[in-house]
Structure formats: C-alpha cells, structure tokens
Design a protein around this ligand. Structure first.
Ligand SMILES: C[S@@+](CC[C@H](N)C(=O)[O-])C[C@H]1O[C@@H](n2cnc3c(N)ncnc32)[C@H](O)[C@@H]1O
Length: 231
C-alpha cells in the first residue's frame, strides 16, 4: 500500500505515520522516553551499530524538540557500513551475524551524513553545523581510538546495537570512563536468545567496572534493557 499510495511525495512524507507499524512506532516512544531522561545530563549521544541511521535521525529530531538551543549535544554514530565481520565463540551461530549482513553499501555513509545535515538545517539554529559525526570501521578499533583521542568527552547516552560479544565489549570498555552519574545505556538485545554475546560482554565489563548502576527492562520493548549509571 505504501508503494501504491495515492498521495504526492510531499503529502506522503507529512503523513508517514499512515504506514508506521506498531513495531516501528515503539522505537519512537522508547527513544522519546529515554531522551526525556537524559536531557539534563551533559554529554554526547552515541550509537554503536547505526545501520541506516534511523536512530541518529531520531536523536537529532528529539534534540530539536527537547533542547532546540543545545548545539553542544553532539550525535555520533559508529558502524562498519559494510555489515558484520564475523562472530566469536561467545556468540550464538546465526544467519543474523553472517559476514556482510546489514551492509548498507559503500556510499551510504555520505548519504546519511547529508540526510543528517538536512534535518539539522531544518531545525532551530540550523545554520550552526557540525552536530553529527559518522565513524566508519570496526568498533573494536575505532571506538577505543576515538575516545582515547578525546579524553574530555562526556557521554550522556549510548545505544549498543551490535549484538555480538567482541564489539560490544570493546565499545563498552572504551565508553565507560566517559559516563557520568545519570548517563543512560540502552542495550538492544540483552535478553534475546540469539545474542548471548551482548549480555556476556555487559556482565564481564560491569563485573570489574566499579560503576554502580540500575538496570531495567524497557516496559514496551522486551529485549531492550536500560542501564542508568548511578555513580
Ligand atoms: C542490528 S544493526 C543496527 C540497527 C540500528 N541500530 C537500528 O536500530 O536501526 C547492527 C549494526 O552493527 C554493525 N556492526 C556489527 N559489527 C560491527 C563492528 N565490529 N564494528 C562496527 N559496526 C559493526 C553492522 O554493520 C550493523 O549495521
């Protein structure tokens, strides 16, 4: 019905909710609720495993709604943009993690960068640029390097959507020193049976982290877990 919609492209975009299923709408609700929680916490917003950047666009527009004048709220996305690279012994073998799965195509990163620029331009203070950054490559290398080169960075929100043990562990270890009390981490697949590696990484890192935290299941989205740093 979407492809055969009797609406002009402009009307289609304005009425996009006509086609948003509950499984998509729930993402808007969850991200909106989490943004409300972190809006008073200083720091950047990051996503590990961005795929097409749906959450990055959502974050830019939530930023515009909740704190339109905060251009210091940088949004950073990490992905290979070439999909998965393989898995380790801690992961469950699955087609989901097959090499190349979730590849977006080589030019997609530029397309997404432009899309974020367009959204930024349409929002308040749109002439002030530079609120987004896309970092391509394996997070096992890019994330430790990115944060060791920016020791000053505070992270208010980090979305972990890698699903596998090694990249989740590398990203979590690198970001941990940059979290402040009140920072929120969202784990996409913490209780999904296909993704035991994500939970293993989480348990191992926090077992030695000396960072008190609270963990909750998201009430609307069963596999998603919300971790709030307490101190
Ligand atoms: C499930 S998808 C992310 C979906 C996205 N967060 C969303 O909600 O639309 C997982 C992403 O992680 C990326 N990924 C997997 N392993 C990675 C690694 N080692 N380094 C960087 N990105 C990786 C994949 O390329 C893929 O785009």
């Amino acid at each position: 019905m979407f492809l055969g919609a009797p609406l002009s492209t402009e009307d289609l975009l304005f009425n996009i909710g006509l086609y948003a299923r509950s499984s998509v709408l729930v993402k808007f609700l969850v991200m909106g609720k989490l943004y409300e929680r972190i809006k008073d916490i200083p720091g950047v917003l990051v996503e590990f495993g961005t795929w097409y950047g749906h959450n990055l666009v959502l974050m830019e527009n939530l930023r515009a709604i909740y704190e339109p004048f905060n251009k210091q709220r940088k949004i950073i996305g990490f992905d290979t943009f070439e999909g998965y690279k393989g898995q380790s012994r801690e992961d469950k073998p699955s087609e989901v993690w097959r090499a190349g799965s979730y590849a977006t195509g080589t030019d997609y990163r530029s397309y997404l960068a432009e899309l974020l620029r367009v959204h930024e331009g349409n929002n308040v203070l749109g002439h002030v640029r530079g609120a987004h950054e896309l970092v391509a490559g394996d997070v096992c290398e890019t994330v430790p390097r990115y944060f060791s080169e920016r020791r000053h960075l505070l992270v208010a929100f980090a979305y972990f959507d890698l699903g596998l043990y090694e990249p989740t562990k590398a990203a979590l270890e690198a970001v941990l020193p940059h979290l402040v009390p009140g920072s929120v981490l969202l784990f996409d697949e913490l209780t999904w049976p296909e993704a035991p590696g994500e939970a293993t990484a989480f348990r191992e890192v926090f077992a030695v982290a000396n960072r008190p935290y609270r963990i909750e299941k998201d009430p609307l989205y069963p596999s998603k877990a919300i971790v709030t740093i307490l101190a």
